[in-house]
Design a binder for this molecule. Sequence first.
Ligand code: BV8
Length: 252
Amino acid sequence: MSSIKISDRLKNVLRSATRVTVFTGAGMSAESGVPTFRGVDGIWKKFKPEELANFDAFMKNPDLVWEWYKHRKQIITDIKPNAGHYALAEMEALYRKFSIITQNIDNLHRRAGSKEIFELHGNIERNYCVGCGKFYENQEVTEQKRAPHCPACGGLIRPDVVWFGEMLPADEWNGGVEASEHCDLFFSIGTSAVVFPAASLPQIAKASGAYVVEINIEQTDFSARADEVLIGKAAEVLPVILKISKELISQK
Ligand code: BV8
């Protein structure tokens, strides 16, 4: 039996909730083999993510930034959703309303079968031209070593992700705020809660009266404000929560 213990309070909320919102960060995909954002891997260690994930860096050295994203696109191509992604996809059917708000750009929630997903920071499988805005799928551009140029207008093509200093896509952000303001239960999973405005969502949920549960392998800047902190790997904790939810709801 798993060593993961959840409180009676959380069991009551899992049984009675009608609306559940889940907020995820890079730790959600760690067991799929995606390096966490601040644990930047290998050759990229010499760069701080903030130095590469910004528009000025791209315009100053498009080939370097493109090569970093090409490296990350390759990682994403080779990996699969983990048991945590699949548990969340299955939990969706247990509740009247179930929303996922992710900071991740790896598309793993969608590939695991989740339906309502707000991608706050974009998606690494999409690209667009900075000149005319035309979208390009990865297979149209990724084999190019250097930053590709738009056949339609000659502009530089960039990954469709939100860089530091850039606004989050309005629909995704507004959807994420609404899902945080109107839920009975809010999970904050695998995020260091340091990148804003995304990191304000757990606080918004708390202020709106949700029961807020953090799942992480260690304490974060938000832990003290959570109602409950479950220390463990997302891919191990979430299947346990799914199992308990199913049992509680079947007893209703
Ligand atoms: C903006 C896409 C405004 C690119 C990313 C206050 C308010 C508003 C903005 C700011 C502010 N203060 C500073 C800012 C600016 C900045 C910011 O927040 N900087 C930080 C560094 C201080 N924010 C922005 O620039 C945002 N835009 O504010 O625009 C504006 C206003 C007017 C006009 C113009 C603009 C845009 C931010 C988006 C940046 N893009 N990603 C890409 O990925 O290449 S952010 C990047 O960090 C990723 O999306 C990542 O998801 C995100 C957050 O990191 P985490 O997901 O939390 O990952 P991390 O590695 O940090 O942590 C992993 C966690 O998992 C750890 O806690 C670990 O313990 C845990 N873990 C590990 N393994 C497991 C696990 N947990 C469970 N199980 C495991 N197995």
